[in-house]
Design a protein around this ligand. Sequence first.
Ligand code: PA5
Length: 466
Amino acid sequence: MKLKFDYNNMMADVIGERGISADLITANASKIDGAFNNVLENCGKGWQEWSELPYINPSDVDSIIARMNDIRSKASAFVVLGIGGSALGPISVVQALLNMRLNELPAPALKAAGLPKLYIEDNIDPERMHELLELIDLKTTYFNVITKSGETSETLAQFLVLYDLMKKAVGKEEAKKHFIATTTMGKGTLYKLAQKEGFVTYGIGAGVGGRFSVLSNVGLVPFAAMGIDIKKLLAGAKEMSEACRVSDVKKNPALMTAFLQCMAMEKGANISVMMPYADSLKYMSDFYCQIWAESLGKAKDKDGNLVFVGQTPAKALGVTDQHSQVQLYTEGPFDKVVTILAVDKFRNDVVIPCDDDIDACEFLKGHTMGELLNAERVATEYALRKAERMSFTITLPEVNEETVGELLAYYMYETAFAGAYLNIDTFNQPGVEEGKKATFAMLGRKGYEEKLAEVRSATKKDEYYI
Ligand code: PA5
């Protein structure tokens, strides 16, 4: 395992009584073991099929790479259509592993890199769609439509708009070659449409939920299309999976931090801030926010008791948010745990020059921007510790396919262990499904007439409008 986990600043003997007592680890040993065994016993079963994704057959990976290499050689733009778990994993990984300004590179530079522009469309804002259409040339654009259920209104709407335009631009026979579907095989509207139209179709395992699907075809297909080394990504995920299958909590990073977060919640720290100190990891916070919120925010436990649990995830970016949110984190309520993502070595660095006669800048001279960023990160860790705030730091030696694969697998195991510890169903999302059904009803989908009546029956009083 390449990632390092430093949870000193979670502990009472380091930050004071606002932290977690080391004795609690011993006192809760059987509960921690229970959560560990629950997750491990279910690996590869039911909704825990995600845990087997790093162990995918290498020949399946090779065939994805071969097909996507071909697409890449023809594409000026690759567009992913999806939402929630069908978009956030891909967004977090491409931000980490591709040039952050890829789409702004001049055409010759893109050509030299052999890469198309990439757009991940995870919303249905009509203005955004208009602006996308102004940017892409449909004749050389390829679309990957991703929806696990095959039913999500947003993704289907995007698909219908773009397929229609593509047919008008290049004719039906050619249009079919520009769409790749990723969905549950044999089920759902997208699967039926893809079969009817003859799109290349990739499956998503029945037991791989949206927010746990980034290492399935949901991520592998677009990553391979963008030339990301998916073998290394999977190798990193496998490495972390092994570390998360060790029963000793002191050696298992996901089990330890899941436990500490649950203890923090018991102490009233109901907010979990994800704060990367690297722009490349900025959208890891979005991935984390979804997996943590949607998995752990539950009304009932597995025995049917009303528990209303869940820690609210929040995102911050170092150092940007040092100048906005860190004031609250150090002096506001004791209701947060801050997870800091650190990077030891930046892939590129920039030396700060300084004319000798500017005394006030002398301290910056000769340092790199990476050094400054890391000094500020250490300063924030110190400020939080001094203010007796709980935080822990995950360090990536460098951002690359392997370390990103490790980080993704860690998040999935951490979430699964926390859910098992809380005795909730980590893998369902009844609250999200409720909203999806209400949308179908309001748009007049057949079979949702009763739901429409229910949505419309909500009492509203005139006096509550301004
Ligand atoms: O994690 C989840 O299950 C959800 O966030 C889904 O990913 C999201 O609702 C999109 O669903 P689908 O992939 O079925 O379109």
